[in-house]
Design a binder for this molecule. Structure first.
Ligand code: ATP
Ligand code: MG
Length: 506
């Protein structure tokens, strides 16, 4: 009896010893020496590597940013006030990373992967490092297919291609976020995954964006990565990298991705704050010397991959806020030089109600017409130049008393172009609708219509065109060139559409 009981106890003891409960685990542990706001210094932590994640005993996460024999500089990812000198801090044995996967679609997370919405916890997902080398030149394809925003002034005059980096910049409240959101909303049913990275924004502004995405059915194909202005500068700093890693996950699976960084000015400010506290020497405007490098490293990750690598693409729309229209400040000039073009939003146009307030003269897409569908490119090839000429002519004509007929005509046409380029929010136009309207415009159909009636005429055209000529619309959509007959048919349909309005004018 006693023997059996002893045997039982022994078995139980053996089982316990075999289980992991008592196994030895070596941990590299250090101690916090000092905490100064968003950064901390620690001693110990032998063998720690740069960008490795560490965790303090109060749960605060950090990223190793500087390695000194005497102390390790750590960027803190939360502004917990509980972290104190003397606390233990341990290595987590992996570099900073983020969760990636299909399950993130429709979700709102922070850069550490914590869900911020009320849709419950996320399942266990694959992780990908925040920093990732950009694809090599040989792995990339030239930018050649359009990423349509549905905004006429952009698709016609500053076309964006898949894999391109196009900067949106302008002063406060000039409609920067609106352009990016309209572009996201326009990707519905286009097989493009969108990622919106909100960096250091007001919480109310983020809530507004989320509401708008939800309302327009765009959240389902979008991942929102958020850090608000109240979050730790460290968290704000890693937000665009986390968003890009999530984007790369989809790109590496052959998908097209559109990523918006809203905005990199705030990102630069949070990096400046961290760098100053890490005792790095400040350069121009007190930004650290490597600010250019950190942004170029981020934006270099946008590309179009070769077909044998899946053919996916990552198109980046970074946003930058200017102050008093100063494009030559440090951060704007840096990012202008890194990107493939910029969309400049002017507060003057905004205050005149010329929305979207795109200043065509100061905006450019260096990829240009290559990223436009053939039928569209044929139509608007000359438009940019003639529109710029019109703007100058208009300024000049204010002082002239007598104008010759040609000048008058050019002015009247220019006013109509401007009216067509005006567009309210969330009213994206399909490619064939844009082609039809631009055809009517360039062929002079709209010249007989009063400027205030232009919007109505435009609506008549877009309502009618697909009903009348679905096969031509299909051709435009596929990127085919239109024959002369097809163009004539399109024009005839436009003429019929605007006839009632043009009729009342005459
Ligand atoms: P911030 O500097 O605060 O980030 P922002 O430059 O991102 O501002 P938005 O928030 O996009 O600007 O837009 C400012 C306001 O202008 C919003 O109320 C928006 O609805 C309005 N707006 C922008 N574009 C248009 C448009 N095309 N038509 C009508 N209203 C517009
Ligand atoms: Mg904004």
């Amino acid at each position: 009896m006693l023997k059996a009981s002893l045997e039982k106890t022994r078995n139980a003891l053996e089982r316990t010893l075999d289980s992991n409960e008592f196994s030895l685990k070596a941990e590299d542990v250090g101690r916090i020496i000092s905490v100064s706001g968003p950064v901390a210094y620690a001693s110990g932590l032998n063998g720690v590597t740069s960008e490795e994640l560490v965790q303090a005993e109060d749960g605060t996460l950090g990223i190793v940013a500087s390695l000194d024999p005497a102390k390790v500089g750590i960027i803190l990812l939360s502004t917990g006030y509980s972290l104190k000198a003397g606390h233990e801090v341990k290595r987590l044995g992996r570099v900073a990373d983020v969760m990636v996967g299909e399950e993130l679609l429709g979700r709102v997370i922070d850069a550490t992967g914590k869900p911020l919405d009320e849709k419950g916890t996320l399942p266990h997902l694959e992780r990908s490092p925040l920093e990732h080398p950009a694809p090599a030149i040989m792995e990339r394809l030239p930018v050649a297919s359009p990423l349509e925003t549905g905004i006429k002034v952009i698709d016609a005059l500053i076309p964006i291609g898949k894999g391109q980096r196009e900067l949106i910049l302008g002063d406060r409240q000039t409609g920067k976020t609106s352009i990016a959101l309209d572009a996201i909303v326009n990707q519905k049913d286009k097989e493009v995954i969108c990622i919106y990275a909100a960096i250091g924004q007001r919480e109310s502004a983020v809530a507004k964006v989320l509401h708008e995405l939800e309302e327009h059915g765009a959240l389902a194909y979008t991942v929102v990565v958020v850090s608000s202005g109240q979050d730790a500068p460290g968290l704000q700093y890693i937000t665009p990298y986390a968003a890009t890693s999530i984007g790369e996950y989809f790109m590496s699976r052959g998908r097209n991705v559109l990523i918006v960084y809203d905005d990199l000015t705030r990102h630069a400010r949070s990096y400046r704050e961290i760098s100053l506290l890490l005792e790095r020497s400040p350069g121009r405007e007190a930004y650290p010397g490597d600010i250019f490098y950190i942004h170029s490293r981020l934006l270099e990750r946008a590309t179009h991959l070769r077909q044998d690598l899946g053919g996916g693409s990552l198109t980046a729309l970074p946003i930058v806020e200017t102050e008093a229209q100063n494009l030559s400040a440090y951060i704007p000039t840096n990012i202008i030089s890194i990107t493939d073009g910029q969309i400049y939003l002017s507060p003057d146009l905004f205050s005149k109600g010329m929305l979207p307030a795109v200043d065509v003269g100061k905006s450019v897409s260096r990829v240009g017409g290559k990223a436009q569908k053939v039928a569209y490119r044929d139509l608007v090839g000359q438009m940019r130049l003639s529109y710029a000429q019109f703007e100058e002519l208009e300024t000049f004509a204010r002082f002239a008393t007598r104008l010759d007929d040609n000048t008058k005509k050019a002015l009247e046409r220019g006013k109509r172009v401007r009216e067509v380029l005006r567009q309210s929010r969330y009213s994206p136009l399909k490619d064939y609708e844009q082609v039809a309207v631009m055809l009517a415009l360039t062929e002079g159909l709209l010249d007989a219509i009063e400027v205030k009636e232009i919007k109505a005429a435009e609506q008549k055209i877009t309502e009618k065109i697909f009903r009348d000529l679905p096969h031509i619309c299909q051709k435009i959509r596929q990127g085919d060139k239109l024959s002369e007959d097809e163009k004539a048919a399109l024009l005839a349909s436009c003429r019929q559409a605007v006839a009632p309005i043009a009729g009342t004018m005459e």
